[in-house]
Design a binder for this molecule. Structure first.
Ligand code: BGC
Length: 741
């Protein structure tokens, strides 16, 4: 390998210092001219080589032409440690530890695009420093069921919120000369049967719910690559899917980047050639066993493709298109000499991780203002629960990380509590004491052989003598929890945590439950517990960020990016959506009709009047806010005109804080069914005590339209619309009506 490198470097240097530089090396030439020039110099074999992997995470460039390899990495909330060239095992480098940023559910919960920009810039810098050119992320699959083991990697249930939040992430990453690879395109809304589910969804639902965030990622974010999903749509795998890749992505949206297969998502040479795949990764072909070495020449887009061309069975039109896209990707990243050098594990990155986490943590309930704990007074605190100790950055699948450091909730609480506080810990429950992924281990010994009743008895005994009890529980990154390749078994908290919480609630009235998860969980004890904090998987600074909120150093301002239902049957995908699909007779394919259509998340709850446990957009603060009446600058618009809604928001409490002003649109009279309301604008506003700011949000035709499947276009019906402004989907403060003519 080393020799190859030196050779390509020499070629590169010779070519670039020659008096007449080839066009493809001349940065002053337009990108497309450079691409055409490079393409014209490549042999057939070189073209086929460049469109498939040569190792687990890298594809070859063209050594002869000085076009370098392309290195990809997971993604999406930290840079994955190095694995061996050809195996999933660790390469055991000593310099591949990273900062773990909060998982994307937490980022979405900030409802602050500035946090996305900071996130993208920071993680892009880490990728760049580690010499990676493509980050396999972010993910914007819509949260359809709380059982999806991978929801923690995505940005919630609302296409508008996910779309607004993903764009700055992509721009931030790509400002480092590192490509974002938006995934998993599309309709990959569960892990159960992820390779064998065939999604059946109507076009209106596809365009209104499942595609908008991807579309914004491509058109507004300018993503340089996108990853196909594992599952099927219209009986074709999504990594080579005529409708999704050729018709929509490359056709309707004009995507000029590269479609990268998910690892092992390619299944067929002919389809891969014609149906829009550009770069094949992670296949195990020709019956070779999972992970067998040097299978790369057998890849669907390797020798089998070359053979078809040589036999004259297929032309090279598709090949040239794929090569152009891969060249573009390499020129934009690896061959961009102007990109910065990046940085790894810097103080700035830790600060960014903590800030994003602090803005994303959601205060779900705070009866009697139990929180924040004032650490200036002598206070006895009991922390209970496995998740107060457990490292959450290892596990969960491909997003698993090797971190330089991770502060546990217990450590964070101890760090922050101050000398006046006495902090004790008891276990409360034993969940999953293992901690390993692909050879990275947490090194924690969490073994505890006591029985649940012994653990509860101890917790209750200790809880009786303290001022506050902080229970830190929830899910973890083990199989059937928040973890790739499996879904959860149910909505309930695992390991009988409900029993522990109930017992603690009886023992101490100042109980704070901190739920660590990327998914909604059932809370049968909700009425008995005065304070509940949704703390996500927040990475390296987890403990510090949680403690910041608990002790009031950070005033919480996160809002839920998805609904917490009371029970599973309140979720549309489970009530009417056919989750997890119906198996075909004699075929390993599960057809899953998304029968709920566009009524996903709060759209379902609001339209069907099903009260949630906690609504989409909900989140409390340590201060209070007053909303004035919504006003608009006009009563009617037509064509492409916009109407601006303005609402004054005042901080009426005595600490600084931030409120998210949410604007929903409702179309009460329409020839087609419309959800009760839909998010079409939001802004986070930071206010000092007593301060008032006017928040303005613009609405235009696009925000009023629905997708007419028959016409295959967006349609706005003239008539009256309602603009509803509030602090949560279930807390609308005022509304204004206006007309579209
Ligand atoms: C996952 C992708 C990931 C890839 C590479 C796949 O199993 O679905 O999200 O990027 O592996 O690790």
């Amino acid at each position: 390998m080393k020799l190859k490198y030196i050779f390509s470097l020499i070629v590169f240097t010779v070519l670039s210092t020659k008096a007449e530089k080839p066009i493809y090396l001349d940065l002053n030439q337009p990108l497309e001219d450079r691409v055409e020039d490079a393409l014209s110099r490549m042999t057939l074999k070189e073209k086929v080589n460049i469109i498939h992997a040569q190792s687990k995470f890298c594809s070859p460039g063209v050594q002869r032409l000085g076009i370098p390899e392309l290195w990809t990495t997971d993604g999406p909330h930290g840079i994955r440690p190095e694995v061996l060239w050809d195996e999933w095992e660790q390469a055991c480098w000593s310099n591949d530890s990273c900062v773990a940023f909060p998982a994307l559910t937490c980022l979405a919960a900030t409802w602050n695009p500035e946090m996305s920009a900071l996130y993208g810039k920071s993680i892009g810098e880490e990728a760049r420093y580690r010499k990676k050119s493509v980050i396999l992320g972010p993910g914007v699959n819509i949260y359809r069921t709380p059982l999806n083991g991978r929801n923690f990697e995505y940005m919630g249930e609302d296409p508008y919120l996910a779309g607004e939040m993903v764009v700055p992430y992509i721009k931030g990453v790509q400002s480092n000369g590192v490509a974002a690879c938006v995934k998993h395109y599309a309709l990959n809304n569960q892990e159960l049967n992820r390779h064998t589910t065939n999604v059946i969804v109507d076009d209106r639902t596809l365009y209104e719910i499942y595609l908008p965030a991807f579309k914004k990622a491509v058109i507004d974010g300018g993503a340089w690559s996108i990853m196909g999903a594992y599952n099927y749509y219209k009986d074709q795998h999504l990594c080579h899917n005529q409708y999704m890749l050729n018709d929509i992505l490359k056709g309707e949206w004009g995507f000029d980047g590269a479609v990268i297969s998910d690892w092992g998502g390619t299944h067929n040479t002919e389809e891969a050639i014609t149906n829009g795949l550009d770069l094949e990764f992670g296949s195990w072909t020709n019956g070779l066993s999972n992970g067998r070495s040097n299978a790369y020449d057998n890849y669907y887009l390797a020798d089998p493709y070359l053979k078809l061309i040589k036999e004259g069975k297929i032309g090279t039109k598709e090949l040239d298109d794929k090569v152009r896209r891969v060249l573009r990707l390499i020129f934009r990243t690896e061959m961009n000499p102007c990109r910065p050098y990046g940085s790894l594990c810097s103080d700035e990155h830790y600060a960014a991780a903590r800030k994003i986490a602090g803005e994303g943590i959601v205060l779900l309930k705070n009866k009697g203002n139990v929180l924040p704990i004032r650490s200036s007074m002598p206070t006895r605190i009991l922390v209970v629960g496995e998740n107060a100790l457990k490292m959450m950055t290892v596990g969960g699948g491909s997003s698993s990380l090797k971190v330089q450091r991770e502060i546990s909730p217990l450590e964070g609480i101890r760090n922050c509590a101050g000398n006046n506080c006495e902090v004790r810990f008891v276990r409360g429950y034993v969940g999953d004491v293992t901690g390993e992924y692909n050879g990275v281990t947490t090194g924690q010994n969490l073994k505890d052989d006591r029985s649940p009743s012994e653990l509860i008895a101890e917790a209750v005994r200790e809880a009786k003598g303290v001022d506050y009890v902080i229970f830190v529980g929830g899910l973890n990154k083990s199989q059937h929890q928040d973890c790739e390749d499996s879904d959860r078994a149910g909505l309930e908290l695992p390991y009988a945590q409900d029993d522990v919480i109930e017992a603690l609630a009886d023992a101490n009235k100042n109980l704070i439950v901190v739920n660590i998860s990327g998914n909604a969980v059932a809370m049968p004890w909700v009425k008995k517990v005065p304070a509940i904090v949704q703390a996500w998987f927040i990475g390296s600074e987890a403990g510090n960020a949680i403690a910041d909120v608990i002790f009031g150093n950070v005033n919480p301002s996160g809002k839920l990016p998805f609904t917490f239902p009371v029970k599973l049957t309140d979720v549309a995908a489970h009530a009417v959506g056919e989750y997890p699909g119906l198996k075909r007779v004699n075929e390993d394919i599960w057809d899953e009709q998304y029968g709920e259509g566009i009524l996903v998340g709060y759209r379902w709850h609001d339209t069907k009047n099903i009260s949630p446990l906690f609504a989409f957009g909900h989140g409390l603060s340590y201060t209070t806010f007053a909303f004035g009446k919504i006003k608009s600058n006009r009563n009617a618009i037509s064509g492409d005109e916009k109407v601006t809604f303005t609402v004054p928001v005042t901080n009426t409490g005595d600490v600084a804080g931030a409120e998210v002003v949410q604007l929903y649109i409702s179309d009460p009279k329409c020839s087609v069914m419309r959800p009760a309301k839909e998010l079409k604008g939001f802004a986070k506003v930071f206010l000092q005590p007593g301060e008032t700011k006017e928040v303005s949000l613009e609405i235009g035709k696009d925000d009023l339209s629905y997708f007419d499947a028959g016409k295959h276009e967006w349609v706005v019906e003239p008539g009256e619309f309602k603009a509803l402004v509030g602090s949560a989907s279930d807390n609308i403060k005022s509304f204004a009506t206006f007309k579209y003519n």
